[in-house]
Design a protein around this ligand. Structure first.
Ligand SMILES: NC(=O)c1ccc[n+]([C@@H]2O[C@H](COP(=O)([O-])OP(=O)(O)OC[C@H]3O[C@@H](n4cnc5c(N)ncnc54)[C@H](O)[C@@H]3O)[C@@H](O)[C@H]2O)c1
Length: 420
């Protein structure tokens, strides 16, 4: 089947997108530099849990989804969606090198009338200032002989109530014609679309959504630290506040931010704002509070060991329970558990981890061990996967530090369970 849509980047965003279009009957080709990923996709195997192989394979068999490493495969498609990583450099500045490299390859094969939509999260101005000039080296003119828009992907991996298909798309084109082409593309796949006046408005919308989360998580994380001093259960307070049916939205404290989005994306705006002599103070402050959480959690574990077992971090055996950045997923990118492991090791603890979703952490030289809580001085619940029986865990462990309220109300500081 001839592909109608190309998706560049077959990752957490690209694969669910491909699935959504293919399910709507639109043949898709995924373009990815990772040869292994391409090969497994063509066998109907999905590396992304949100699109299990059982659902992908029939679409591959019917020719509705295929993958390749060749950019030439996009010559005949109607639309090209770019879902590539947008990381930060070691100096915490936007690193668009992957987007730039892909755009240069794209410009070589871009055809008349094709629509290009950038879906990667980025700062306002990327589509017009970075992508457009590279694509115009093709000799084509935007809004006339090719079309360019920005539409952020808003998928939340692991979530079942809202998926790529059921989450509305915000779309902003470089010209009005670009916007209507992009609106039409998504609507034909059965997705609700909210058009905005420019790619910049669309780019900033995505950042606002992520900054909103980062700032509110920082607020409860700060409160959690105050509650620790005041001897108040922060979880009880958040739960109680959430009974207000209006004007309050519940965010939960935790060991820090994780994932490819919330810890990174806000700093794309911080960087761009400086060009306008502007300092995004909420973003910086939230980053500071959230980045301190693994340190705070290490001190909590230290306190628990002191009081609970008359032991120090140095020489204690600590089991980190859950290393994925959130419950019931296998993604460890930017996971606060990784930072906590490093901090505990720096303090001289002997650290092991158990995670039913993450078999190994090669960069830390660790593999998931069997869950034998009694074999450790302390078990730290860092990610609360739902498959774990926490009551049984508390029963079998000598000391538990619960950073996620997984042990619930019974997990009060009774000497055995210490909660954030
Ligand atoms: N993961 C999420 O939850 C999420 C949600 C919304 C938005 N986003 C944004 O979407 C974008 C993509 O994120 P992701 O999580 O899907 O990334 P990912 O790392 O899961 O996938 C990216 C894929 O791109 C491939 N790739 C790298 N360079 C390439 C190139 N030059 N040509 C072709 N393929 C190349 C990689 O091999 C990888 O398979 C990012 O900007 C991210 O911020 C992510």
């Amino acid at each position: 089947m001839k592909p109608e849509i190309a998706i560049i980047g077959a990752g957490y965003v690209g694969i669910p997108l491909a699935y959504t279009f293919a399910e709507a009957g639109r043949p898709v080709v995924l373009v990815d530099v990772n040869g292994e990923r391409v090969e497994e996709l063509n066998r109907g195997v999905s590396a992304i849990k949100d699109v299990p192989s059982e659902r992908l394979a029939p679409l591959v068999e019917r020719g509705l989804v295929r993958a390749t490493s060749e950019y030439g495969a996009i010559r005949d498609v109607e639309a090209i969606l770019v879902a590539l990583p947008t990381p930060l450099s070691p100096q915490r500045e936007p690193d668009l090198s992957i987007i730039r490299a892909a755009a240069a390859e794209l410009a070589e094969v871009l055809q008349r009338d094709q629509l290009v939509v950038l879906e990667s999260t980025t700062y306002p101005g990327t589509t017009r200032e970075v992508l457009l000039p590279i694509l115009e080296t093709s000799g084509l003119t935007v809004g006339e002989s090719f079309f360019l828009a920005y539409s952020p992907e808003r998928v939340d991996p692991g979530r079942e109530d809202f998926t790529t298909k059921t989450t509305p798309k915000v779309v902003g084109g470089v010209t009005d014609a670009c916007t209507s082409r992009a609106v039409d593309l998504y609507e034909r796949a059965g997705i609700d679309v909210h058009p905005v006046s420019s790619p910049e408005a669309s780019e900033l919308t995505k950042l606002l959504e992520n900054i909103f989360r980062s700032v509110n998580i920082a607020l409860v994380n700060e409160l959690a630290q105050l509650c620790d001093r005041m001897g108040i259960d922060v979880w009880e307070v958040v739960e109680a506040a959430a009974t207000k049916p209006f004007g309050f939205m519940s965010f939960r404290p935790g060991p820090g931010l994780g994932g490819h989005c919330i810890p990174i994306d806000p700093f794309y705006l911080t960087w761009k704002a400086r060009e306008f002599d502007f300092y995004t103070e909420f973003i910086e402050l939230a980053g500071k509070v959230n980045e301190n959480m693994p340190y705070f959690c290490r001190s909590l574990i230290s306190q628990a060991l002191n009081h609970g077992k008359e032991r120090s971090l140095k020489g204690s055996k600590v089991l980190v329970l859950g290393v994925a950045y959130k419950a019931d997923i296998d993604d460890v990118r930017e996971s606060p558990a990784l930072k906590l492991i490093e901090l505990l090791r720096n303090a001289g603890s002997d650290v092991a981890y158990h995670d039913p979703h993450v078999a190994e952490l090669p960069e830390h030289g660790l593999a998931s061990v069997a869950l034998e809580p009694h074999a450790y001085d302390c078990v730290a619940i860092v990610t609360a996967h739902s498959s774990i029986d926490y009551e049984d865990l508390v029963e079998r462990a000598e000391l538990v530090v619960d950073l996620r309220n997984a042990t619930g109300r019974n997990g009060a500081r009774n000497g055995k369970v210490w909660k954030l």
